[in-house]
Design a protein. Sequence first.
Length: 150
Amino acid sequence: MELSSDIKFGNVQVDLKFCAFEPGWVLEGNPVSRNCTLSSSKDGFASTVVWDCTAGRFNWFYAFDESVYILEGSVVIKDEAGVVHTLSAGDTIFFPLGARAEWTVATYVRKVAFCRNPLPPPIHFANRVYGRLKRTFGLGSTGAPLLGAS
């Protein structure tokens, strides 16, 4: 069986590159962040990124949905309501498009982020209708009937 040319393989070693904070986001200290994009979807709506940061306090404004899994270190997150959450290795958090959070990194944090640009509502609706039509008429992704469909 031949593998699809779209399948990408990698290893756990990632080459993190410096990424500057937006001007005015840093509230305290001199945090330094780095990142590396591990993968991006063909349509450009999703990506997976490894990111790390040294000590500091800063705001972060989310331009897309982001699901985070903390790999190493810890961070204190204050949400827009002022509620404080402490996250460490193994913890997850979801930030929806448009959210703002204040991050306080005591020493170091490393995360993997699953980022997704939500589809605009009319396109999302059309996509859902298309999916239902495919299921109703038993069509696979190639347009051919699914196995066992009659």
